[in-house]
Design a protein around this ligand. Structure first.
Ligand SMILES: Cc1ncc(COP(=O)(O)O)c(C=O)c1O
Length: 438
């Protein structure tokens, strides 16, 4: 089988809704590399959309999965709970942000964690309103989709959406409606606007929870300023609402700490985790303060596959690898090296409007000129050029004009240099002004 024959079979067999960013058909993957069905090798800086933080086919993950699959594959916690579920809950509770006692509930996907966090928040507070933000992505199931911001291709056509969802402005420094030019200023303006909106149009006693990504992922890799998250935590407490921290994309070491909010010493009431948690085996978690989680009655939440033992074994091995191989520190190192390089390139290439991120979660936003008109063609052209040169990237952003860097955290210096060289070549090829002949 090669790429072309697989493409033909796919066209006949697979729903066109299953979209792929790259016309490649992966045949094998190891460490930082993927080989497609034609035998072409790619350095993978998409890692399955922020999933394979420990690299592809990590031997410890494979060993843990094999051992568990040979022992037993499934019973369902609703029938009898296996030890690896308990062990993973203990581990997640131990690394969860903040000092409060924690409890964990496991399901299958990021969207499902979000759905369950909303259910928990509503029962725990006895309120219904959920405030989400512009540029948000929380998943594609009914409630998660209602919390997601972007109309196309996610929401359009799928109305009606869930009730009691409100949308406030995300503190997006590069594009904000207040003309703020510093992180402190955008934080202050966004917080003031949020409080005014809650007071005047929702009602402070109606809000069950604020749901926010500390780095907006699908929105364009936009870090929320520390002061904004601090202010949100304080305001939520003040009005008796909960803070749900969606770290499905930004968590599990990606930004250089277990959780992005660890950088700021904050403690959300509930945290959603998925993606890199289990190195590709379906699993997600809601980790929350015990005082909140304990308000849910036995059997009120459930899932046939949630906390599957093979996925739990993969997650436990993944967490050990992150810890023992120093991948939190490595994420920070990757971030420093890549950001320095990209900031230098930005000076030469004015169509790079913004370079931003936290740890190894870095976005490059393209614009057509100083008026900041989003340039999604440039992002797509950079992605295609890089692929032709053997580097897999992904675009992102509300306007589709951002390249997101998601390198594996387990990556050698040589692989980091290789990726940055290929990225520079693609950026220069697409963005460098063409010299006009005399
Ligand atoms: C922040 C965030 N929340 C939720 C989700 C939904 O996760 P899943 O695709 O596993 O349902 C995603 C997926 O990209 C995400 O980035």
């Amino acid at each position: 089988m090669n790429n072309q024959s697989l493409a033909e079979r796919r066209r006949r067999a697979v729903s066109p809704a299953a979209y792929s960013s790259h016309p490649i058909y992966p045949a094998r993957a190891e460490g930082a590399y993927v080989w497609d069905a034609d035998g072409t090798r790619y350095l993978d800086w998409s890692v399955g959309i922020a999933v394979m933080n420990v690299g592809h086919s990590h031997p410890r993950v494979i060993e843990a999965v094999k051992r568990q699959a040979e022992t037993f594959q499934h019973l369902c916690f609703a029938v009898g709970m296996h030890e690896s579920y308990i062990q993973l809950a203990e581990k997640l509770n131990a690394i969860a942000p903040g000092p409060s006692e924690k409890r964990t509930f496991l399901v299958n996907s990021g969207a499902e964690a979000v759905e369950n966090a909303v259910k928990i928040a509503r029962v725990a507070t006895g309120r219904q309103g959920i405030v989400a933000f512009t540029h948000a992505f929380h998943g594609r199931t009914h409630m998660a989709l209602s919390l997601t911001a972007k109309a196309n291709p996610y929401k359009a056509g799928f109305a009606p959406r869930a009730a009691e969802v409100y949308r406030a402005q995300y503190p997006y420094l590069y594009r904000n409606p207040w003309g703020a030019t510093t992180a402190a200023e955008v934080a202050e303006r966004a917080l003031a606007a949020l409080k005014d909106q809650v007071k005047t149009t929702i009602g402070e006693g109606e809000v069950a929870a604020f749901m926010i990504e500390p780095v907006a992922g699908e929105g364009g890799f936009i870090p929320a300023p520390r002061a904004f998250l601090e202010g949100l935590q304080t305001y939520a407490k003040e009005i008796g609402a909960l803070w749900i921290d969606d770290e499905v994309q930004a968590g599990m070491g990606r930004t250089g700490a277990w959780w992005t909010v660890d950088h700021y010493g904050l403690e959300p009431d509930l945290v959603c985790s998925a993606k890199a948690l289990s190195s590709g085996f379906p699993l997600s978690a809601v980790v929350g303060k015990a005082e909140v989680m304990d308000k849910i009655a036995p059997g009120q939440l459930g899932s046939t596959f949630g906390g599957n033992p093979v996925s739990c074994a993969a997650a436990l091995a993944t967490l050990e690898v992150i810890e023992e191989e120093g991948l939190l520190e490595r994420a920070r190192e990757i971030g420093v090296v890549a950001t320095e390089k990209l900031k230098a390139l930005q000076k030469d290439l004015p169509k790079i409007g913004d370079v931003r991120g936290l740890g190894a979660m870095i976005g490059i936003e393209f614009v057509t000129g100083p008026d900041k008109t989003p340039d999604s063609n440039a992002a797509q052209a950079v992605l295609e050029h890089a692929r032709a040169d053997g580097l897999l990237l992904l675009t992102t952003g509300t306007y589709g004009n951002v390249i997101r860097l998601l390198p594996p955290l387990k990556m050698s210096d040589a692989e980091l240099s290789e990726g940055l060289e290929k990225l520079e070549a693609a950026l220069r090829a697409v963005l460098e002004p063409v010299a006009v002949g005399v």
